[in-house]
Design a binder for this molecule. Structure first.
Ligand code: GN1
Ligand code: MG
Length: 398
């Protein structure tokens, strides 16, 4: 612990100089990086900051992660400034080191960065109201819209195939092959569940190949708690955790919103009876996302909006399960079988979405038809000649 504290203190010194730390708190959320909240006394005032140590086991090229973040935050900042809006609570601000670098690489090649802390705003692990879900989806949609004119080739693919579900399935199969007998036995039911849904894995990657969806700059980790909600207005103000910003599909982002904003309990809840997909939250997400990003979505994306929730929930479930089988080497765990518990919650949610899939599709169709968009059913008919499954999702039966 003392050694860790020393490296933290050294990093703090790089950003703020010696003897300015007034308070340090460890942030307990997040499965990958180490995050610390700092209060710094710079002689005149005490300021809150967020210091983060990037996990180099997961982000093999952390400097590329920082280059992406720098590019994306600068791009968004400029847009707010041009519109005459103060960007300091709308986009993350990197705090430079004392020698003016935007991040700090220590002698072990670990990358550290500091952001200004956004005051009077909160993140939520579980949605407290439909308005919060609406706000979060609207913020993520806005994030994509603000970055729509940033060419994707300007960003590094920091974790290749991050949301490639067929590849994630292969990794899961490999984990089954390598796992100990004990871990296999502990997860028999979940392995069966994962195998029985293999047929849905390639739906989005097939669309990409077919050209019915295109790569854009996406966030790729659009958990509900990655949007800061303003304490006074209740509005979503700032999208955070930009480590995985890279080229991706809009539906990766919408799908992960569904995974994290619709459940009636925590991501690692042990009592599965408490876990369901709350359709009211889904309705709010569709409204929020279409309001900010709807105009730029393709018909195929609209058609598969509800499906993407199921796919991404299933995909993250596969990843938690694979990590359990691998002996918990990727996600931070805080108790025995933590990853297995997380996988169970994801699969329970997938099941709940399967049960409500028709209703979810109906919501998408209604909101789309009531909005200022091209008529949904008619355009589908024009494009594809016929309407499969009520013109919503041809994949809903799986
Ligand atoms: C990880 O670190 P955090 O909590 O933001 C993971 C996401 C998963 C998520 C599951 C780089 O995100 O992909 O969806 O856990 N990030 C990485 O909660 O793998
Ligand atoms: Mg993250």
């Amino acid at each position: 612990m003392e050694k860790i504290r020393k490296t933290i203190d050294f990093a703090i010194e790089r950003f703020f100089g010696k003897n300015h730390l007034a308070e340090l708190l460890i942030c307990k959320t997040g499965h990958i990086n180490h995050t610390y909240f700092l209060r710094i006394n710079n002689g005149k005032r005490l300021g809150h900051h967020v210091l983060q140590k990037i996990n180099g086991n997961i982000f093999k090229k952390p400097v590329q992660v920082m280059e992406n973040i720098d590019k994306v935050t600068s791009h968004i900042r400029k847009k707010y400034e041009n519109a005459g809006i103060n960007p300091s609570r709308q986009v993350l601000t990197l705090v430079p080191t004392v020698t003016g670098e935007k991040w700090f690489v220590d002698k072990n090649n670990t990358v550290w960065r500091t952001y200004l802390f956004i005051e009077k705003a909160t993140t939520y692990d579980v949605a407290q109201s439909t308005d919060q879900a609406y706000q979060a989806a609207k913020s993520f949609g806005e994030f994509t819209s603000l970055l729509s004119d940033l060419p994707i080739n300007q960003l590094h693919e920091t974790i290749p195939d991050f949301h490639n579900t067929p590849k994630r399935f292969e990794q899961f199969e490999q984990a089954v092959l390598n796992a100990s007998k004990k871990r296999i036995a502990s997860a028999k039911k979940e392995i069966g569940f994962a195998n029985s849904r293999k047929n849905i894995t390639s739906v989005l990657t097939d669309c990409l190949t077919a050209g019915t969806m295109k790569l854009r700059v996406t966030h790729n980790d659009t958990k509900l708690n990655n949007v800061m909600i303003d304490d006074n207005s209740g509005k979503g103000i700032c999208v955070i955790d930009l480590d995985t910003v890279m080229p991706g599909l809009a539906l990766y982002d919408f799908g992960d919103c569904v995974r994290t904003a619709t459940p009636t309990g925590e991501e690692d809840e042990r009592n599965l009876d408490l876990i369901k997909m709350d359709i009211k939250m889904f309705d709010a997400l569709v409204r929020g996302y279409l309001e900010s990003a709807g105009k730029s979505l393709s018909l195929k994306e609209i058609e598969l909006l509800a499906f993407s929730g199921k796919l991404i929930t299933y995909e993250i479930g596969l990843r938690f399960l694979a990590d359990h089988l691998n002996g918990d080497i990727y996600f931070k765990t805080h108790r025995e079988n933590h990853n297995l518990d997380r996988a169970r919650v994801q699969f329970k949610l997938v099941q709940s979405m399967e049960e409500q899939e028709e209703a979810m599709n109906e919501i998408v169709r209604k909101i789309w038809n009531n909005g200022n968009y091209p008529p949904f059913q008619a355009s589908l008919l024009d494009k594809e000649g016929s309407l499969s499954n009520n013109g919503v999702t041809p994949f809903s039966a799986s």
